[in-house]
Design a protein around this ligand. Structure first.
Ligand code: ATP
Ligand code: FE
Length: 371
């Protein structure tokens, strides 16, 4: 099988061609980071236009680099949710156009399922059931993957995701946002003293596996205000004293943000083992999983619990088309796909988009079975 994957759910336009043996034939990502940096955030309409501008080019480049023609494809996979409708629509329309013109089946993909399943491309040993911690800009999920398409949600965020906290921290610390905030905070944190600012770990009193990052965000903002860090000045022109003050905040934030992950993962492993005693792996994926400190800390937790950590390479942790193509392959080979759309489909056809789309059922603690 050879599948084309298309991703436009958020602020990256991505496409890739992947073979069912796990061979990545091409991978193209066009990022809106510049837009983000210029406007300090992205409005849905702006993001939609940015996707629309590059989608044809990105897909063509993915096919060209893979040296594959549309007719060589077995199917087209595309993210149908969760995400911004306006953005999802651009990818889905493009996918339907190709599938319609070349009579190809389609697979509608769940963006977060794709973040988790891509680990099965990079780690061939990874069998169901396994656990996954999915940490990105919009999601903070702890999942037990029992089988393909069968997920139990052990925890989610009650407000913000960790990536959002990294992004705001980067912005408030005056870091260079031309790439996303996370890597900038990670880098600056290396210079700082992680014990210097006393942030409190979120949700200590809640003995569950949910997350909260809104309070930590506020703590960071208050710390910046009370320390006279002049964040109007970009970090590149800060005095060395100012710079080290910012680094201390970055390091202290990161330590506590990740401690929160560690605590929740530890409990989640206990919960998951009650449901599926045979699990051996915790997958950590999503943009924040490209962070080296996050990986190292979670590796400790997972080892202590007798499991193994599986982390896709950074380029497959942040949004990409490979994970969409791969998830398409996983579903396609068990017969889960849609027939080709009509070749002459009208532009205003109502599309099956799922902007809000939970991944699996919630686990009610105390029950021995999740369903
Ligand atoms: P979602 O997957 O929830 O829809 P998204 O698709 O925007 O959100 P991803 O591309 O999966 O998110 O991840 C982007 C997030 O990952 C951003 O918040 C970014 O700051 C964060 N991130 C990327 N690299 C790092 C890093 N090295 N350290 C911390 N955070 C990082
Ligand atoms: Fe994502």
């Amino acid at each position: 099988l050879v599948i084309l994957g298309i991703e436009t759910s958020c602020d990256d336009t991505a496409a890739a061609v992947v073979r069912s043996n796990g061979e990545i034939l091409s991978q193209v990502v066009s990022s809106q980071a510049d837009l983000l940096a210029r406007y300090g955030g992205v409005a849905p309409k702006m993001a939609e236009e940015a996707h629309a501008q590059v989608i044809d080019k990105v897909v063509q480049e993915a096919l060209d680099k893979a040296n594959v023609k549309e007719l060589d494809l077995s199917a087209v996979a595309v993210t149908i949710g969760p995400g911004l409708s306006l953005c999802l629509r651009v990818g889905v329309q493009k996918a339907r156009k190709i599938a319609g013109s070349f009579n190809l089946p389609m697979v509608g993909v769940h963006h977060m399922e794709a973040h988790a399943l891509v680990a099965r491309l990079t780690e061939q040993e990874l069998q169901f059931p396994f656990m996954a911690l999915l940490i990105s800009g919009g999601h903070n999920l702890l999942i037990l993957a029992r089988d393909l398409g069968q997920y139990v949600q052990l925890g989610t965020t009650i407000d913000d995701a960790i990536g959002e906290a990294y992004d705001k921290t980067a912005k408030w610390l005056g870091l260079d946002l031309r790439r996303s905030g996370g890597p900038a905070v990670e880098e600056l944190a290396r210079e700082g003293d992680a014990e210097s600012v006393k942030f409190s770990v979120p949700m200590k009193q809640h003995k569950d596996c949910n997350f909260s990052y809104a309070g930590l965000k506020t703590q960071v903002r208050l710390a910046i205000e009370s320390r006279n860090v002049s964040t109007e000045i970009p970090i590149s022109s800060a005095s060395s004293e100012d710079r080290s003050s910012r680094a201390d905040i970055a390091a202290s934030f990161q330590r506590v943000a990740v401690l929160h992950l560690e605590e929740r993962c530890e409990r989640a492993v206990e919960w998951a083992l009650k449901i599926e005693p045979s699990i051996k792996y915790l997958v950590v994926s999503g943009g924040v999983a490209s962070n080296q400190y996050v990986r190292a800390r979670l590796n400790q937790v997972v080892k202590k619990k007798g499991l193994e950590l599986v982390c896709p390479p950074p380029s497959l942790c942040t949004d990409n088309g490979v994970m969409i193509a791969w998830t398409g392959i996983e579903h396609f080979r068990v017969g889960r796909f849609d027939p080709p759309p009509p070749a002459d489909e009208a532009e205003d056809t109502i599309l099956d988009l799922r902007p809000r789309w939970p991944l699996g059922e919630e686990y009610a603690e105390g029950k021995s079975e999740a369903r």
